[in-house]
Design a protein around this ligand. Structure first.
Ligand code: 6GU
Length: 271
């Protein structure tokens, strides 16, 4: 997969040289190219922002440097062997975008070429999306309900979530299908706790069932833990579980977990 990132802070992306992604790049699975947006300005101050039409606080990123940068990146693809018709998928991280989820990560992992346009300030002039929306299938995405100072950190998050889905990036292919949010895998349950040696550490024991060698009982225990943790930490996900997909034992574990949460809530409100 080819990934281009245009930013006024290309140095922000140094972590993409480390660990899993660094190795994927060394192995040729990922081809990440960084670009300085200011290289496509033409004034001595290399200006990329200006005041918003209609007034209001902050600054807006000017459309011209973005368009020149995007055009140059797109043209560089056509210049590569066999790339005459190639066009990247344009991804614009913004808190006003659609939510980035595991489903979206899987969608992006199926693309051969991604182009990220992270904004600073109050955002990019909306005509840039209007210009490239159709031809580059532009997508505005948010990584969650909070506001960052810019889209760069969101690009790191998205690239990591996508890269680990690419064939050959993870050592163990099962790791991906077991993910908490993998579609179809365990109907959106959070993963339960995990343990390794030693069997007793600072007086804390590993749950004995995990040392029992009873594979079916271990699988049942893990599912119970996943159900409980989902109720506790993500009641929104737990509430959305399809009772038709659950066994009788699942429903009992869920009912008990909901009762525990409610009794804690009533203690809190009484206290
Ligand atoms: Cl993609 N950008 C910014 N600036 N803030 C965010 C975000 C993106 N996603 C959540 N908050």
């Amino acid at each position: 997969m080819r990934v281009d990132i245009i930013s006024i802070f290309p140095e922000y992306f140094a972590p993409l040289g480390v660990s899993l992604i660094g190795k994927a790049r060394d192995r040729g699975i990922l081809d990440i190219r960084l670009h300085q947006l200011r290289d496509w300005t033409h004034d001595v101050h290399r200006t990329v922002d200006d005041t918003p039409y209609g007034g209001g606080p902050g600054m807006v990123m000017k459309p011209e440097p973005w368009a020149e940068a995007i055009d140059a990146v797109v043209a560089s693809g056509a210049a590569e062997p066999g790339g005459e018709a190639a066009r990247p998928r344009l991804i614009v991280p913004t808190p006003s975008g659609r939510r980035f989820t595991q489903q979206v990560a899987l969608e992006y992992a199926g693309e051969p070429w991604l182009l990220f346009a992270p904004a600073r300030y109050e955002g990019i002039d909306a005509r840039v999306i209007a210009e490239y929306g159709e031809s580059l299938r532009a997508d505005e995405v948010s990584i969650g309900d909070y506001v960052l100072a810019g889209g760069e950190a969101a690009v790191l998050v998205i690239v990591e979530a996508v890269a680990r889905l690419l064939p050959g990036v993870l050592g163990n292919a099962a790791s991906v299908t077991d993910d908490s949010f993998a579609p179809g895998a365990m109907e959106s349950l959070l993963e339960g706790p995990v343990y390794t040696k030693p069997p007793v550490w600072r007086g804390h024991e590993v749950p004995p069932i995990l040392l029992s060698g009873h594979h079916a009982a271990i699988a049942r225990w893990r599912r119970d833990q996943a159900l409980r943790r989902t109720v506790r930490n993500r009641p929104d996900l737990a509430a959305g579980l399809d009772p038709g997909e659950l066994g009788e034992h699942d429903r009992e574990v869920l009912d008990e977990a909901w009762r525990a949460v409610r009794s804690e809530e009533s203690v809190e409100s009484a206290g």
